[in-house]
Each structure stands twice: as C-alpha cells, then as structure tokens.
Ligand binder design. Sequence first.
Ligand code: SF4
Length: 215
Amino acid sequence: MKMATKQEILDISRLLLQYYDNAVTELNYRNAYELVIAVSLSAQCTDKRVNLITPKLFQKYPDVYSLADASQDDIKEILKSCSFFNNKAKNIIKMAQRVVEVFNGEIPLNEKDLISLAGVGQKTAHVVLIEYMGANLMAVDTHVFRVAHRLGLSKDKTAIQTEATLVKKLQHNLHAFHQAMVLFGRYICTAKNPKCDSECFLQPYCKSSDSFKAR
Ligand code: SF4
C-alpha cells in the first residue's frame, strides 16, 4: 500500500479539521468522574449503548464515594447490556475505591495516575485527557486504526505503533485529529460499505482498495 506524501498529510489534516471543527466525544458526561467511567465502559461497546446505561448508573452513584461502596451485583445489573459487564462492574468499583483512598476523591488528570486505576489502560487514559483537557495526545481505537491505514498515514500492525506514527506525522492538534478520525471512521469511512462516493471528502487521498470495492 502506498503511503501519503508530506503534502497529502497536510491536505488531509486541513480537510479533517475543517470538516470536524470543534468535534467532541459522543459519550455523555458532566464531569471527570463520569467521563472516566463512560470511556472505560465504551471498550468493546458502542457509545450509544454506554449512553443508555450511564444515566441510571450516575443517578444512583453520582460520585466516587457512592460507587466505592456499591455492591458488585447492583452494578452488574445496571451494566448488564454492556459487553464484559462482569469485569467492567468490578473495575469501576475498584477504580472508585482507589480514587477515594489514594487521590482524595478527585479523578487524577495525568496519564501515570490514570493508568494506575482499575480498568484504565493507556488508550482510555489518553481519551480522557484528550476530551477533558484537550491534551495533545493520540488514542487509536478501531476507527482511527482503519482510517489511518486507508489514508496511508500508517502501515503499522498494532494500535500502539499506529499511535506513535500518527503522533510523529501529525504532531500538533492531536486531540482534534483524534475526534475527527473517530467520527470520520464511524460515519463515513466505515468498516463495511464505506461512503466513498456519496460522502467522503478525502477520496482523492485514499490509498485503500476498500474504496474501490465500494464503488
Ligand atoms: S474513499 Fe472510502 S475507503 Fe477511502 S477514505 Fe474515503 S470513505 Fe474511506
């Protein structure tokens, strides 16, 4: 597969940021506590599904203190329509307990402390920091991975390598690129039947044979 040239990377960046001006996550949240939980629940689960689950969870457990004391069975019941709800229930309770015990009840807003919380890996931590702080970080989920490869921005085999390549090539405004690539992948450059002819504004830069299959 061909890789995007420097000029193409500049063009792609400009068009993506123009199209997704000030894009934000589609997860609903009101504070850092709700964001960390929503992002953790969204692993292997759609944002739509998470948004259906979290109102009840946040109403009953509005902060880390109440969640730290929650019964695992009750949380499992609330999360049961979410994939991996058993593990997610255990993890969010443990996460809340650690925030209470170690961080004075405040969600820590730095990568090192965030990844010390149960169920929070590097990708989740980056998404939280991108969304909440506008941090200049990249996080590679299934959408970002697919889009980066179809546009010839990366030919890496893993999400971690893809992240490093995108950071090197895009450098600035990474939080905005992250949101833009997620939305572009979710609604236009979809895994099956990408909207190459009808909606894609990046077709001239596409390096993927998937685009031709769709025509
Ligand atoms: S042309 Fe199709 S496959 Fe290529 S970037 Fe656009 S939507 Fe994705």
